[in-house]
Design a protein around this ligand. Sequence first.
Ligand SMILES: Nc1ncnc2c1ncn2[C@@H]1O[C@H](COP(=O)(O)OS(=O)(=O)O)[C@@H](OP(=O)(O)O)[C@H]1O
Ligand SMILES: Nc1ncnc2c1ncn2[C@@H]1O[C@H](COP(=O)(O)OP(=O)(O)O)[C@@H](O)[C@H]1O
Length: 205
Amino acid sequence: MSDKSPYQEKANESKAHVVWHESNISKADRAKVKDQKPKCIWLTGLSGSGKSTLANALEVALTEQGKHTYLLDGDNVRHGLNKNLGMSDEDRTENIRRVSEVAKLMVDAGLIVVTAFISPFRADRDAARELFEDGEFVEVFVDAPLEECEKRDPKGLYQKARQGIIKEFTGIDSPYEAPEKPEVVVNTAENDIEACVKQLIAAII
Ligand SMILES: Nc1ncnc2c1ncn2[C@@H]1O[C@H](COP(=O)(O)OS(=O)(=O)O)[C@@H](OP(=O)(O)O)[C@H]1O
Ligand SMILES: Nc1ncnc2c1ncn2[C@@H]1O[C@H](COP(=O)(O)OP(=O)(O)O)[C@@H](O)[C@H]1O
């Protein structure tokens, strides 16, 4: 987001008068009560690659193991917190910035957070990583070729994008920058859902 945005102008006005408060309970205290290591599991990939499906299945598996989790999904967050954002590059960046900060708060609360956003820009995902301590941020590339995602087209969005009804669609007329060094790559075109979840659990726990 540029420095000329209304959000940034208001932030600049008030910044000088806003003071950080320390809390008596730390992230480590909260994590100890939950008996787990807080983490942010960041799923990135094309629409239809399998982010929501895997994030849901992963949350189920973690909950069955007694872990305390929360799932942040792009479609859902865009109905509430980020309902004032569209799909321009600038709005996607702001979407990911806000979600990264929410995920950081949730990790501070001691949770294992799973996020499912296209998050197409490398710089935005790197900025998210910067908010976390070493080892807390696990970038997962949910990898499936565009042709496979388009064939699945679970919401009929690719068809609408090809017809020009939806503009700036990721992979069609908006870019997707694949991760260069993700902690995990799950290939959803070659492995079934169960195998991908197994791979994720092994990488996380
Ligand atoms: N133009 C365009 N491009 C891509 N996706 C679109 C678009 N318009 C609507 N949708 C639907 O919005 C979901 C993507 O939201 P995200 O918040 O994950 O996007 S982003 O990270 O800000 O790029 C995405 O969800 P997934 O299919 O689950 O990825 C789509 O359902
Ligand atoms: N290994 C797999 N992992 C995840 N989804 C898969 C896999 N194989 C096939 N699919 C199917 O692909 C589709 C992915 O849709 P979805 O999870 O909504 O993707 P996204 O959230 O990335 O848009 C679903 O219909 C799902 O059943």
